[in-house]
Design a binder for this molecule. Structure first.
Ligand code: GDD
Length: 327
């Protein structure tokens, strides 16, 4: 019989890439959607898999909806990718961020414990939990957490709850501590997509200036399509554990900008970029860089897409989008 997986966050960036991978492996995929007045299947459409998903309704902040859902579907695996995932919005909406990202995970774990204790659970943990903490400029599974935003704090709660259900109830739970991962279907508010979309608009003559915040922040950026493979591998492993997932290389926002303009054939990038402090955060995370050795050793996972290829892929996809629109 086909394996079953429930994916939360199915309409986001990672949900579609993961669902595609699981469908290719023969899984029946349930995708959790909440009630929206305006629902968009664009990201699933982009990968051509909308019709293959079994949509189920529920909400991470509504415990009873998750209890019913897990009882009814009893999936082999649950991948929790649902979140208020934009760090910048988490100061103004700290309670909502906590309810979705922290309590939502507790509700899901309780549902597993009560109705489907053999279900394996993947939690989308994040390098934002490290915040300002590092050893010689990089982070691994042993680096202590020092989150710098309500988003990071909510994710630390979820991380430990995921560990605790493993230790208390022997449930197969894993945390993937993912560093930044991007793609052509990345949300527009995140810096990489804001840049590649802006560069494409400038190239097409639809815009002249791109306003950004802190250009000095450094991130370890990889391709989302590579990272969902790590999620899958964690749940296929013999024992549940927590893994740092990243490329092991980092770059500044400035470097990303420069390269994106270069791939669009624009050399005078500085003329088009305006620094606007309104995009600065109350507390910044200045430097994230993964040491993903454990994932490589135990899961056989390694990032495949280089920084240059990632930026090129995103710029080309946005240029194509605007060229198609202007025809
Ligand atoms: N969004 C945004 N917009 N960020 C900007 C801008 C801007 O105009 N200008 C500079 N930045 C800087 C931010 O201050 C931050 O240091 C960096 O660019 C990256 O910002 P985001 O792309 O918004 O991502 P993030 O690192 O805060 O969070 C992402 O990665 C985490 C993993 O480390 C999100 O995907 C999180 O959900 C994820 O957990």
């Amino acid at each position: 019989m086909a394996k079953t997986a429930l994916v939360t966050g199915i309409l986001g960036q990672d949900g579609p890439y993961l669902a595609k991978l699981l469908l290719e492996k023969g899984y029946k995929v349930y995708g959790l959607i909440r009630r929206y007045s305006n629902i968009s299947f664009d990201n699933l459409d982009y990968l051509g898999i909308t019709k293959k998903i079994n949509f189920v309704e529920g909400d991470m902040t509504d415990e009873s909806s998750l209890l019913h859902l897990v009882k009814r579907t009893m999936p082999d695996e649950i991948y929790n990718l649902a979140a208020q995932s934009f760090v910048g919005a988490s100061w103004a909406q700290a309670k909502l961020t906590t309810e979705i990202n922290a309590l939502g995970v507790l509700y899901m774990l309780n549902a597993i414990k009560l109705f489907s204790p053999t279900t394996k659970f993947y939690q989308a943990s994040t390098s934002e939990m490290f915040g300002t903490s590092h050893e010689n400029g990089s982070q691994d599974e042993n680096t202590i957490f020092h989150p710098r935003s309500p988003y990071g704090i909510s994710k630390v709660y979820a991380y430990w709850m995921t560990v605790n259900f493993r230790e208390s109830y022997d449930i197969f739970t894993c945390n993937g501590i993912l560093f930044n991962h991007e793609s052509p279907i990345r949300g527009m508010q995140f810096v990489t997509r804001k840049i590649t979309d802006g560069v494409a608009k400038i190239k097409m003559g639809l815009m002249d200036k791109l306003s950004l915040g802190n250009l000095d922040a450094k991130r370890d950026w990889g391709f989302a399509g590579d990272y969902v493979e790590a999620m899958y591998l964690m749940l296929q492993n013999e024992k549940p554990d927590d893994y740092v997932i990243g490329t092991g290389e980092n770059h500044s926002v400035r470097e990303f900008v420069k390269l994106a303009f270069k791939h669009a054939g624009i050399n005078d990038w500085e003329k088009h970029v305006v620094v606007d402090v309104r995009f600065n955060r109350p507390a910044e995370v200045p430097n994230l860089k993964a040491r993903p050795n454990k994932a490589q050793k135990q899961l056989g996972w390694k990032a495949k897409t280089s920084f240059d290829d990632l930026v090129k892929m995103m710029v080309e996809a946005d240029l194509k989008r605007y060229s198609v629109k202007s025809v």
